[in-house]
Design a protein around this ligand. Structure first.
Ligand SMILES: [Zn+2]
Length: 232
């Protein structure tokens, strides 16, 4: 199992770790700052370095039994199992994902409809809403910006499976149910704005989102509005 350091501190840009396994596709470490793809957020990229060598990490995915796989390009040098390495994020890309991810929570707080899908990118992100109404781009943009400018605190806390079952209204995403059975669920809270299960990486306050606006709205069916946001 890989210790997921990004879950407790999304602002860690690098860490020391020990190599648990390495094959032609990926390196597994005992701990990592690399976010593994999930919940619509892409896996992190960056480098792993050791003894004057380094390997580019082009993606990060979950493997078997709670391991996190740092994906390397074909023909990459690999660190020996048991060696100490330094894992360093492409922080600029990841921080953009954090800004986007936090902004999507604000979008979901402004448009209070069921969420049926979503995707985070460095340049553009989207949520799909279960709704028939027309989305007014300008008013949604200004409502989101007001939440950014209010600079609300963002924090994570954990609750038990049983507590979540007692509060089903916490689960706003209809397509992605939070992982259950692990005994505890991670909740993301934006002070007085949003509270829902989420395993992604977020900012510590909404002000760091900066300028955000709704770039495009697509009608993807009678009851589906796809809303894209962009950052400045
Ligand atoms: Zn989230």
């Amino acid at each position: 199992m890989t210790e997921a350091l990004f879950r407790d501190d999304a602002y860690m840009k690098e860490c020391e770790a020990t190599v648990v396994a390495a094959d032609a596709d990926a390196v597994v470490l005992d701990r990592t700052v690399f976010y593994a793809m999930g919940g619509g957020q892409p896996g992190d990229t960056g480098t792993i370095s050791w003894d004057g060598n380094s390997a580019a990490i082009v993606d990060t995915r979950y493997g078997d039994a709670g391991t996190i796989r740092h994906i390397v390009p074909a023909g990459s040098p690999l660190p020996p199992v048991g060696s100490r390495v330094r894992a360093t994020l492409d922080w600029e890309r990841r921080y953009r994902h954090m800004r986007m991810h936090t902004a999507l929570h604000l979008l979901g707080a402004v448009l209070r409809y069921g969420v049926t899908g979503g995707n985070i990118g460095a340049d553009r992100s989207r949520l799909d809403f279960d709704m028939e109404e027309t989305v007014d781009k300008d008013s949604v943009s200004s409502a989101m910006q007001a939440l950014v400018d209010a600079n609300r605190a963002v924090r994570c806390r954990w609750i038990s499976d049983a507590e979540l079952e007692g509060q089903p209204e916490l689960v706003r995403t209809m397509s992605v149910q939070p992982p259950k059975g692990g005994g505890r669920i991670r909740l993301l809270e934006i002070e007085n704005v949003d509270l829902q299960p989420c395993g992604g990486t977020h900012l510590k306050s909404t002000g760091e989102v900066g300028r955000v606006n709704v770039a495009k709205v697509e009608k993807k069916g009678r009851r589906n509005r796809r809303v894209y946001i962009e950052l400045e």
